[in-house]
Design a protein around this ligand. Sequence first.
Ligand code: HEM
Length: 104
Amino acid sequence: MIKSNPKINYVVDVLMFICFLITAISGILFLLFPEGRRSGWYQIGGFTKGELKDFHTIFGILMIIFGTIHFLLHWRWIVTMTKSFFKKGEKRFSKRNSEIVKWN
Ligand code: HEM
C-alpha cells in the first residue's frame, strides 16, 4: 500500500477540507434556495446556479478522490486497529467470563 508521509497526509487533508467546504456550502445553498427566482435560476457571489452546480459536482468528486487517497495512506493503521480491536474484544470477553464465574 502507499507509504504514509506526514507532509503528503497534510496536503491531502487540506485539499480534501477545501473541497468539502466548497461542496458543503454549495449543497446547503441548494437546500436553502431550491427554486431560485421565477425563471428557476439565481446568482450568488456572481455565480449562477448552473455554475454552482458544476462547482458542487467537480469539488464533490475531488473530495471523494482525496478521501480515497486519505483512506489508502492510512491503510496500515486501519489494519492494525482492526486487528487490535478484535484482540481486545477477545480479552474483554474472557475477562467478563471470569467475572461471571466469580459472581456465580
Ligand atoms: C457535502 C455535503 C453535500 C450536500 C449538503 C449536498 C447537497 C446537494 C443538494 C441540495 C443538491 C440538489 C441541488 C438542486 O438540484 O437544487 C445536490 C445535487 C448534487 N450533488 Fe450534492 N451535496 C453534498 C455532497 C455531494 C458530493 C460529495 C457529491 C459528489 C460528486 C455531490 C454531487 C451532486 C450532484 C452530481 C448533484 C446534481 C447536480 C445537478 O443537478 O446538476 N454532492 N447536492
